[in-house]
Design a protein. Sequence first.
Length: 156
Amino acid sequence: MDVYARLKEMGFELPELPPPGGVYAPVKRVGNLLYVSGQGATVKGVPAVVGKVGDACTIEDGQRAAQMCCLNALSTLHHYLGDLNRLKGVVKILGFVASAPGFNMQPKVMDGCSVLLRDLFGPENGVAARSAIGAGELPGDIACEVEFIFELKDGE
């Protein structure tokens, strides 16, 4: 299925490309793998979901933040590749969740990102290896930041 049609069917659209937040490559290709630098819960580079999960943010807020990170990554990949249909799927997700003291449900927060990718690419190509890490602070007080490794289809 067409990635863009599936996104629309799921009720999502690609956000505007987030601006770079420093000196780094937004995407780095190594062989058939695309490493996507950390994407934040931002809209046009402005923090959209802020605060620590377990305090200012609920788990649901955190899941929405993780979804935003995923959509920003897809926007970044669209800009880099020109066509998201070149993607086979996702390999690895590393999520950082700004966490209040005692909050330890980071995996539940990261499900916001993981469910979106599973539903987009299917269970075989959309379910990635994953780590979910609690963080004391994230840039701009965002609630979540996620980095990704995607795989290109053979021959791409």
